[in-house]
Design a protein around this ligand. Sequence first.
Ligand code: FEO
Ligand code: CA
Ligand code: CA
Ligand code: CA
Length: 602
Amino acid sequence: NGFHPTGGGKLPFEAIAPVQRTVDTVTVPSGYDWAPIIRWGDPLFDDSPEFDLENQTGASQAKQFGYNSDYLDVFSDGGNDRTGFLVNSHEYTNENIMFSPEYLKSNPKDVIEAAIEAHGLSIVDLKRGGKGQKWEYVRGGRRNRRITGSTLFTVDGPAAGSDLLKTKDDTTGTKVLGTLNNCAGGTTPWGTVLSGEENFNQYFVGTGAEAERRIGISPGPSSRRWETVDPRFNLNNEGYANEANRFGWIVEIDPEDPKSTPVKHTALGRFKHEAGTAVISRDGYAVVYSGDDERNDYAYKFVSRQKYRKGDKKHNMTLLSEGTLYVAQFNGNSPESEIDGTGDVPSDGDFDGWGRWIPLVKNDRSLVPGFTVEEVLVNTRLAADTVNATAMDRPEDFETNPVTGKVYMALTNNSQREAGGLHEANPIPGNRDGHVIEMTERRGDHAAERFNWNILFLAGDPAQEGNHAYFDGVPLDQVSPISCPDNLAFDSEGNLWVSTDGQPGTIGYCDALHKVTLEGRNRGLVEQFLAVPADAETCGPVIHDRDNSVFVAVQHPGEGGDWGAHTSYFPDFVPEGPLKGDKVAVPRPAIVQVFSTTGNNG
Ligand code: FEO
Ligand code: CA
Ligand code: CA
Ligand code: CA
């Protein structure tokens, strides 16, 4: 079928063929198998109730694994192959396939309270027989924890305590209940986890204010109607005008300490945060890259004021409290006439150029005329709109290559990229399939204020008409079709792994995980490793190639279906019958481990 068998690497595989969008299973390469580790509703604690679809409440869901798994990391305890833990975020809920129509109707309050508790993150202990083997989750594990839409957070950084963050429930502007729409994230070099609060706008009823509009909060009933149960979700209610300002941050969690209070870091700005990828710069500063996932919004980075101290977690957990917040400007180096919307490479041989990191805030000072530091951090988009930042095609995940230090950003798509607004860094009109940009910070220093960039690939299905696929010179009959890149990861050898969100609606295939070779003669080669079930998005991913495993979070399986007309029954595959117990007849977001059955890697 023209797919290119790959050799080498610690997880050698032959690319699978793309999988038709209705296929309801996890598809893996020959020589590999998969198993779920934990699913929505699985009990986390000794006293957790059994999963029961007809009896879901806030109290039950608060003790069970949450819904719509997104960011994932999997840790093996130091020097121990048999115990570990995972951290996973739960982005949002799909009520129409979580609850029966009867339950939705008769228990509206329970439904909303369960949904609030299904959001957030889970931390779950793991165990296994030894290296390279399958993990199982540990019910009642010492680190097990649910963080939800009602968990207490503290707020730090220059906007903590600002009038813009005060409500009648929190007159200090420093204590927030809950985290919402936690999308991609990152594990810090000091062992904490960062999570981005992304599309938090959808939970609030707006007042019509400009700052609300810029972040997508509109007046009128919210789609989830949480305002009917908790007045803080309606910004028109007295004392709650600022409640939405308390969401849209990067949050930091210490997964090793289940009693710790997680923190919202205002120093990193407020927008639809996707990812929070932390790396230590050449000179020892903590740097966090984060995208704002919106059509024509921006890419950001934060550089800490203080330096990282190896082994001093307490100190390192203060690094994201103060520093410089930057927004990115991308400049092309080819004539505009060569960016003609065809996807043809400019005559200098690449979609490439240089860029600037434009500072918005330095420590406690605003660098944006007309904005106080609090205003820049709370209404970051409005501030960035004034400084010539570059409007991008929906910045999703950012990752840094552990081998080369280069930085990668997924631009998932942009239906609003106008033909008249093309740009060398965003060169496709109506960009349906997205692209990935490779950035090299000046002198290889993550704290630098200048960078060079190039497009690693323009996604697409080369076999389909009207595609713009370009993979840095790799023959198009050798690449797997790919569309809507979202989450990124690296293996130990510096290969990029790209998961997708949206392929079913663009190129007609199930969402997927692909390996992309970055160095050598196969640079640009995209090879599909797996496909997730019908209507699901591939999240995570985590590549433990030295440990025989790839992990993915299967998010929103069966999202396009409805109760009684499900398009997926993953991962229990019980098409009808029980609504209670270990296997149920609905799709369940889950964490999946993929492993080589020959185990001869590493
Ligand atoms: Fe939640 Fe931008 O993906
Ligand atoms: Ca160029
Ligand atoms: Ca995402
Ligand atoms: Ca997504």
